[in-house]
Design a protein around this ligand. Structure first.
Ligand code: MLT
Length: 312
């Protein structure tokens, strides 16, 4: 009886609105990716997918919320590389980054940009580096908390230049961008999904992108590799999850809707305008996300331990 009840539930799914938890504040890069994907998946599933922003602690508050949610297909979770760095950074997580979730699929790898307030006194990366080193006591760096992509990029940046700076944490780089635009904070490393329009409108300065090659969306912006930080590459991968125990037929339905969304011309064009692109079909699948998440947890663990960065 119980088995047939699950089968009936899965076959009828979805019969009501779905909630997609985003573990950062509204208006930031994760929120931007989520709203694009949710809109398109909702069209395919013929059910609305609403976004709920549950920020804090670098994305781990939102992750914990999803891990405790009912595995019925009506709570989803969109998170980025932070899902793989949290196990090394947080010693008292209330969930397991792999075992508390059902992976649905990878979504996109977003480049990052090193950006500063409009009147930051440096015209290029070399001048920026010189200014930071000469004023390290007063320069401020914004991020979205321990475990966020902006924190990870900042940690790698400060290690690369051998200088620790004052960091100002936010619930997301959406709010951080507001302070950068207002000049209340000096610079940050943030994703092109959040910085492209501000860079193109001249409201913030950009010193480089964190990709191997320059971006088609911003061909005049040098890579940090060519600007003076050899080998400095960071890409923010994003994945979609459901709580552990969500029935396989529902996970498969969601994976199919995700693959359709990533072929949606509206999603593809918007991603391109924002400096990124959808992953290949073969990666928008549960087994691809599971394998990638595990390899990333294994990769970042030793780097984080060596950096001596963690939260109790
Ligand atoms: C956001 O969506 O606010 C960002 O992804 C935060 C971060 O990870 O830097």
């Amino acid at each position: 009886m119980f088995g047939s009840a699950i089968t009936a539930h899965a076959q009828a799914y979805p019969t009501k609105t779905i909630t997609m938890i985003v573990p950062f504040a509204a208006g930031g890069p994760t929120d931007t990716v989520a709203r694009l994907v949710a809109q398109s998946m909702g069209n395919k599933l013929k059910q609305q997918i609403i976004i709920e922003n549950v920020g804090g602690a670098g994305g781990t508050i939102g992750a914990a919320r999803v891990a405790k949610s009912a595995p019925d297909g009506y709570t989803l979770f969109l998170h980025h590389i932070g899902q793989s760095t949290a196990p090394g950074l947080y010693r008292k997580l209330t969930y397991n980054a792999i075992d508390s979730f059902e992976p649905i699929g990878l979504i996109t790898d977003v480049p990052m940009t090193l950006v500063a307030r409009k009147d930051f006194p440096a015209k290029d990366f070399k001048e920026m580096l010189a200014y930071i080193k000469a004023n390290k006591a007063k320069v401020t760096y914004a991020n979205a908390g321990l475990g966020s992509a902006s924190h990870l990029c900042g940690m790698l940046f400060m290690t690369a230049i051998g200088t620790d700076l004052t960091t100002v944490p936010y619930k997301g780089t959406g709010p951080a961008m507001n302070d950068l635009l207002g000049g209340q904070v000096d610079f940050m490393c943030d994703q092109t999904t959040n910085t492209t329009s501000q860079i193109k409108s001249g409201k913030i300065k950009v010193y480089g992108v964190t990709t191997k090659a320059r971006l088609a969306s911003m061909p005049d912006v040098p890579t940090l590799n060519e600007a003076g930080l050899p080998g400095f590459e960071v890409a923010v991968w994003h994945g979609l999850y459901a709580p552990k125990g969500t029935p396989k037929p529902i996970v498969d339905t969601l994976a199919g809707a995700l693959q359709t969304a990533l072929k949606d011309p509206v999603v593809k064009q918007r991603f391109a305008d924002l400096g990124t692109e959808p992953v290949a079909d073969s990666r928008a699948r549960p087994e691809a996300l599971r394998a990638h998440l595990k390899s990333e947890i294994d990769r970042w663990g030793p780097i984080i331990t060596k950096a001596g960065v963690y939260a109790d």
